[in-house]
Design a binder for this molecule. Structure first.
Ligand code: ASP
Length: 335
């Protein structure tokens, strides 16, 4: 039987009611007691790395999580990470960059309701995660939630209350799990050995455009960040009227080692800046990078990973457009 390490980090799945609302308190060992059936198909072990509501997650937590997996990589056949759902998509993305080509499965899961409640989704999510992590065909980083398996670079939290908290963005589900059976849609090719990375540059910010906004906040972000992500509209464009001095502001920063990426507020189908004048002119003039079909979570995490290695614009561009863990499929010919 496969040896699976369950790494706990807190989240609703491990929470109990307190006078001030839910807070993570349940130990890893206690959690396993709720899913005794997993002992029929794997040998579970536990490791508590921290116990936080995932609202509190920082890049430092991500590095600790990745190094916990690296330290235990040889002793186990797979990993199940229990995590709060609020920032789980970011954690799934960052682990996809920090641990590349893992031949062993790294499964992230959690729940919308604590494991000690009667109507919890925690027990089925946990059981499915152990099942997926124990399967010889599983590898790489993914979220297992509500019977669905979502690639780590493609997840987004799209429901704040329902059991189907996550969607797979611009990519099919890898598999579904029904009544203890894994039905695979996209077989994953296991690599020979993993590559672990050990640093992140968290000096990345994001600006969501709203009609009529002032650009003072853009100036501030450009001054204080190594990378700014502009979350614009539709296929991705930059306002070009005298009322919005965005373009004048961006012109000040061209050639000053700032990475500026255009993405879209539209959750599905991604950007394509060449289509409209508001996009094409901005991309050329200000040397913007473009997210295409990447999720915003993956763009944020990929930049943190790249900028820890280089800030040279040509290198940053090359690495940004290099697909990793199927994060980027639609690379337009115009790039
Ligand atoms: N606030 C919780 C967290 O992200 C929500 C959850 O786990 O579902 O830790």
């Amino acid at each position: 039987m496969k040896k699976i390490l369950m790494i706990t980090t807190g989240g609703t799945i491990a929470s109990r009611h307190t006078a001030n609302g839910l807070a993570p308190m349940i130990s890893a060992r206690e959690m396993l007691e709720y899913v005794p059936e997993i002992n029929n198909f794997c040998i579970p072990d536990t490791l508590e790395v921290f116990k936080v509501d995932s609202t509190n997650i920082t890049p430092d937590h991500w590095l600790r999580l990745a190094s916990a997996i690296e330290e235990h990589y040889e002793q186990y056949d797979g990993f199940v990470i229990c995590h709060g759902t609020d920032t789980m998509a970011y954690t799934a993305a960052i682990l996809s960059y920090l641990i590349q080509n893992s031949p062993k499965p790294i499964v992230i899961t959690g729940a919308q309701r604590p494991i000690d409640l009667i109507n919890t989704d925690a027990k089925s999510n946990l059981t499915d995660s152990f099942l997926y992590a124990s399967s010889p065909q599983s590898c790489g980083v993914q979220i297992v939630f509500n019977g669905e398996v979502i690639l780590g670079t493609r997840a987004k939290k799209t429901h704040s209350k329902s059991y189907n908290a996550f969607s797979s963005i611009n990519y099919p589900h890898l598999a579904v799990i029904q009544e203890g059976r894994i039905i695979r849609y996209i077989p994953q090719e296991p690599a020979d050995h993993p590559t672990f990375y050990h640093s992140l540059n968290s000096n990345v910010s994001i600006l969501k455009l709203i009609p009529g906004m002032s650009c003072g906040v853009l100036s501030y972000m450009l001054e204080h960040s190594d990378a700014v992500i502009l979350e614009s509209y539709g296929l991705g464009g930059l306002p070009a009227s005298p009322d919005y001095p965005f373009r004048e502001e961006l012109a000040n920063w061209v050639g000053r080692n700032k990475t500026i990426v255009m993405t879209t507020q539209v959750p599905n189908e991604g950007s394509h800046m060449r289509i409209y004048q508001v996009g094409q002119t901005a991309k050329e003039e200000f040397k913007l990078l473009e997210a295409y079909d990447m999720t915003v979570e993956s763009v944020v995490c990929k930049l943190m990973w790249i900028l820890a290695q280089t800030t040279d614009p040509a290198q940053v561009q090359k690495m940004f457009y290099q697909p990793i863990a199927q994060d980027l499929l639609f690379l337009s010919a115009d790039y």
